[in-house]
Design a protein around this ligand. Sequence first.
Ligand SMILES: NC(=O)c1ccc[n+]([C@@H]2O[C@H](COP(=O)([O-])OP(=O)(O)OC[C@H]3O[C@@H](n4cnc5c(N)ncnc54)[C@H](OP(=O)(O)O)[C@@H]3O)[C@@H](O)[C@H]2O)c1
Length: 285
Amino acid sequence: MAGTAQPMAGKVVIVTGASAGIGRATAAGLAAMGAHVVMPCRDAPKCEAAMARIRNAVPNASLEMMRLDLASLGDVRRFVDEFMAAHRRLDVLVNNAAVVKGRREVTVEGLEVTFAVNVLSPFLLTNLLLPMLRASAPSRIIFLTSALHRRAHLDLADLQVERGWGTYKAYDRSKLADILLTVALAERLRGTGVTANAAHPGLIDSDLGREMSWAQRAVKRWISKPATVGARTSIFLASSPEVEGVSGRYFADSREAEPSGEARDKALAERLWRACEGLAGLGTA
Ligand SMILES: NC(=O)c1ccc[n+]([C@@H]2O[C@H](COP(=O)([O-])OP(=O)(O)OC[C@H]3O[C@@H](n4cnc5c(N)ncnc54)[C@H](OP(=O)(O)O)[C@@H]3O)[C@@H](O)[C@H]2O)c1
């Protein structure tokens, strides 16, 4: 935008789940700062509509759609190969995409969908992109989580919630796992110039509850804030000089906050990391 600051000019950013909601608002905000924003989407027409909407607000937005279905680890690997072949750097990775499922489903690879899309695929995506993030340092990784992690307990013996599956049991655990992976990742990234932080966006009006009942969706819409508000913490973590070098933390309302005790358990984070390595077919770090 003419006359506006472009603090992200020259930076390449990936925002998953940018076809809707908080991800789309995050992509718009970072594009307005001059970043080239890659939008990995599973639904091309929906992504094109999102791009048109962003360009409406940010006419000179530099946007790129790429195909990615996070419900497939194989597709994550294909995406990373294509991204690395087409790009020379990656400055920010925003692991934003997520699902809330109405019933237990499994992916083509036999993984429970909430765990696969919200945890394991972002874990694999991040790990496969790490060489490029390291080479582009200082660079940043952001995991979208939720305050709902506070009511979750992780069962490492039942990561895919085979026992007593419930919509929020699966979702809340996945968001706890996202913080724990952020903690484990930050430990591994010490001294590399790559930071990893977790962001709670607030209660936001979006498509996330599309599989919830009509009444639940109505209540959520009534009490929630717009996606542009939800995107603020992600945009802050992706771009602000205030958080240069800050890593392994949990943020809400663009301020550091204290997550649950379980989310700060480094031994648990390490055990989850190892379990995810095994499930994603990665060697030990
Ligand atoms: N909304 C809230 O109140 C709230 C509160 C706390 C935390 N959060 C977190 O904020 C983040 C964004 O949520 P939101 O509210 O903006 O949700 P949303 O409107 O439902 O958007 C989710 C995005 O994820 C994408 N996605 C879902 N499954 C995918 C898959 N298999 N492959 C690729 N992309 C996939 C969706 O793509 P499609 O368009 O193809 O479905 C969509 O772009 C999530 O991590 C969520 O946990 C949200």
